[in-house]
Design a protein. Structure first.
Length: 137
């Protein structure tokens, strides 16, 4: 495996965690949105990742990660009785998203730390390459 593949692998991890952070931000931004119907209510979204395999050698270790898609949470929506609310339906209910702020904060911290870890991998690899080049001096 080439030493430079480390940079590609870490960069794919950084990209994946950046996308994950964007979804967390979207979920957190919509936590207080309301709707008058179940169909129109925002649902929490989570990324689906998969390993990128080496195309030349399927038996080789994975060479990165990629986002395959986004899934919506199947957790029940919050139905709240608020007949005075302007968005209330005919029965007087409004619907709130199924966003769990505790889970979103945990996801945000995890994604942020994973991103930072990939940055450290790149910095360490760069230092090792520089030290290797200096050995010839």
């Amino acid at each position: 495996m080439s030493m430079f593949k480390i940079f590609d692998t870490a960069a794919s991890g950084m990209s994946a965690q950046s996308l994950r952070l964007n979804l967390v931000a979207s979920n957190m931004a919509n936590v207080d949105s309301v709707s008058s119907s179940i169909e129109q209510t925002y649902r929490a979204r989570q990324p689906v990742f998969s390993a990128m395999l080496n195309q030349l050698d399927p038996n080789a270790p994975a060479v990165g990660v990629q986002m395959k898609g986004v899934v919506e949470s199947q957790a029940p929506l919050v139905m709240e009785y608020a007949p005075e609310h302007s968005m209330a339906n005919a029965e007087g209910y409004i619907y709130r998203p199924n966003v769990n702020m505790v889970e979103e904060m945990a996801n945000m911290i995890s994604a942020s730390r994973s991103y930072e870890s990939n940055v450290e991998v790149i910095n360490t690899a760069k230092q090792l390459l520089t030290a290797t080049l200096r050995m010839g001096e």
